[in-house]
Ligand binder design. Structure first.
Ligand code: 13P
Length: 257
């Protein structure tokens, strides 16, 4: 069955004390509230700042269905890259997920689809699950190019993978115009793009891979609108920014299936 996921991207927020408190609160919630709905309890991932990965991972260790992730990794495993973090370091810290190609990495750090393909490759080669982010900016949507933009991002970033390797990845569709703006995609807009992405996967690989593949929505998703977004048949959960910084809001989102 297709995995449901609610992931929090803390971005560059919180002190270490606040991060540990948030991690502990989410772990406590996940342990004490098994959801016995049709889909089972979703997996929960916390993408923390890299400097908090070790203490937060240790704090929540042993919590079923809860894991941590890095927000980025380098394309190389080691070397003279001051300030960078390699996927080997991430993996050696007991961290099993990494975000690849968040729109903020693409726009502020110039990460191209080609560079991101290398990050996907190195993550998979080191046993870390890449969550690959894609999404169009407002001008592209207004011009009617949003499907082509997302297609190009996914084809270059992921579609060179074998079926077996591709099946280990996750896609997060995050329309850039919805990130941090309070303007969320409508449930119809989210479903339309998710269905399109699933169709691309089916055509590239096969219907079984597409059917079992997890596609998350991100962009101003919060405790109020999560349920109507997640109710769509091709939306398998969310990648949450601002609303993942408050335990109460984030836990409401976890319960939104
Ligand atoms: P917001 O939920 O704050 O819009 O951020 C979404 C996001 O970028 C998650 O990666």
């Amino acid at each position: 069955m297709r995995k449901k996921i609610v992931a929090g991207n803390w971005k560059m927020n919180l002190s270490l004390t606040e991060g540990l408190e948030l991690g502990a609160a989410i772990a406590g919630f996940v342990k004490n509230n098994p959801l016995d709905n049709l889909n089972g309890q979703p997996d929960v991932i916390m993408f923390t700042p890299s400097v908090y990965l070790v203490p937060v991972t240790e704090k929540v260790a042993g919590t079923p269905k809860l894991s941590t992730g890095a927000q980025n990794c380098h394309t190389e495993l080691k070397g003279a890259y001051t300030g960078e973090t390699s996927v080997k370091m991430i993996q050696s810290a007991g961290v099993i997920n990494v975000l690849v190609g968040h729109s903020e990495r693409r726009s502020y750090f110039g990460e191209t689809n080609e560079v991101l393909a290398k990050k996907v490759e190195i993550a998979l080669a080191n046993g870390v699950t890449p969550m690959y982010c894609c999404g169009e900016v407002l001008d592209e949507r207004n011009a009617g190019n949003h499907f082509d933009v997302v297609k190009e991002q996914i084809e270059t970033g992921l579609f060179w993978l074998s079926e077996e390797e591709f099946a280990k990845t996750i896609i997060a569709y995050e329309p850039v115009w919805a990130i941090g703006t309070g303007v969320t995609a409508s449930p119809e807009q989210a479903q339309e793009m998710h269905a399109y992405i699933r169709k691309l996967i089916s055509e590239k690989y096969n219907p079984t891979v597409a059917e079992n593949y997890t596609i998350l929505y991100g962009g101003s998703c919060n405790a109020k609108n999560a349920a109507e977004l997640f109710a769509n048949k091709d939306v398998d959960g969310g990648l949450i920014g601002g609303a993942s910084l408050q335990a109460e809001d984030f836990c409401k989102i976890i319960q939104s299936f």
